[in-house]
Design a binder for this molecule. Structure first.
Ligand code: NAP
Length: 317
């Protein structure tokens, strides 16, 4: 039996599955292991089931024992793992695509709705009581007819586009490569970021965090947005330069934000908290029972497939 270290607590059904297949070390108290603790605990193990809270940078990976052959990440994103460092050490990295697309797209749509329709202010007023209905009370931005710019029209972006289209939004997108007509489903392609941002009444960030996309939404690129645009991010906090976005909110260049992800989670930039219009969630993208179960099972299957066949369909490095 292969020896597998699981760094975070999984849902019960997934842990039971892992116990049947591997000699597994679970994290019953869901302790957040430090990098040095992961290195220490992985001695004598064959693989690690990591989560996005584990910063597997080059220094950490270099110090892992040679027995470690796979890092199976419990996420579709893998910005927490240095893929090159893993490759150099002959460690395979896998992710959990597809199974979390629908749940994450739901949160992506919620961010758009919440930011456009002033849900954060509305919830606060409803809880406080004493609000007075009037014709101009908490007026928001209507989605019907608004242009939605999707930065990163992959699995999650396409699902958000489908729902947004049914709400009457006009879909634009930017990827490095243009999609097939079928996948575009009527969306308008922009071959560069400036062009996409200039038509984005509402922006939905759905691309992965990578060397290319870090701080892609910054002091300069924010200026390409129409005045009063809405910025939502369901992908990764690293893509946004927080100070620039908060400054744009302060001077009303940006009307509202809808955010699920942040730099330095869970310590989000306090500048966002000062804005009543900020509709903010604590990284809930894939957080449904069905999806977290499917992700855990896939992360386990990835390890099993790799040790049985020497390969795995979800290798990303
Ligand atoms: P995906 O299917 O791989 O889609 C990513 C899209 O981004 C692709 O269309 C890709 O197109 C585009 N892209 C990549 N690099 C780009 C660049 N430099 N400039 C412009 N576009 C770029 O991934 P997915 O499954 O939709 O997931 C997307 C991201 O969502 C994940 O990486 C993860 O970080 C995040 N996520 C967040 C949550 C959450 O809990 N909030 C949950 C799941 C996923 P090209 O390759 O043609 O450029």
């Amino acid at each position: 039996m292969k020896k597998i270290l699981v760094t975070r607590k999984l849902l019960k059904a997934c842990e039971e599955k892992a116990l049947k297949i591997f000699d597994v070390k679970l994290n019953d108290n869901d302790e957040l292991y430090s990098q040095s603790k992961i290195i220490e605990m992985s001695q004598g193990y064959d693989g690690i089931l990591t989560s996005l809270t584990d910063k597997m940078d080059a220094k950490t990976i270099d110090k892992l024992p040679d027995s470690i052959k796979i890092l199976s990440n419990f996420a579709v994103g893998f910005g927490n793992i240095d893929l090159e460092a893993a490759k150099k050490k002959n460690i395979v990295v896998t992710n959990t695509p597809d199974v979390l697309t629908d749940a994450t797209a739901e949160i992506g749509v919620l961010l758009i709705l919440g930011a456009c329709r002033r849900a954060a202010e509305g919830i606060e007023s409803a809880r406080e009581g004493g609000w007075k209905w009037s014709a101009d009370y908490l007026i928001g931005k209507q989605l019907t007819g608004a242009r939605l710019g999707i930065l990163g029209m992959g699995r999650i972006g396409q699902k958000i586009a489908k729902v947004a289209k049914s709400l009457g939004m006009i879909i634009h997108y930017h990827n490095r490569s243009k999609l097939s007509k079928e996948k575009e489903n009527g969306a308008i392609y922009h071959d560069n970021l400036k062009s996409l941002l200039s038509v984005s009444d509402v922006l939905s960030i759905c691309c992965p965090a990578s060397k290319e996309t870090v701080d892609m939404i910054n002091k300069d690129t924010i200026e390409y947005l129409p005045k009063g645009a809405i910025v939502t991010n369901v992908a990764r906090g690293d893509i946004v330069e927080d100070e620039a976005l908060i400054d744009a909110l302060n001077r009303r260049k940006v009307y509202a934000v809808g955010l699920d992800v942040y730099k330095n989670e869970p310590n989000l930039n306090p500048g966002y908290l000062k804005h009543k219009s900020a509709f903010i969630l604590p990284h809930l993208g894939s957080a449904t029972k069905e999806t977290r179960t499917a992700m855990g099972n896939l992360a386990i299957d990835n390890i099993d497939e790799f040790f049985k066949t020497g390969n795995c369909k979800n290798i990303v490095n």
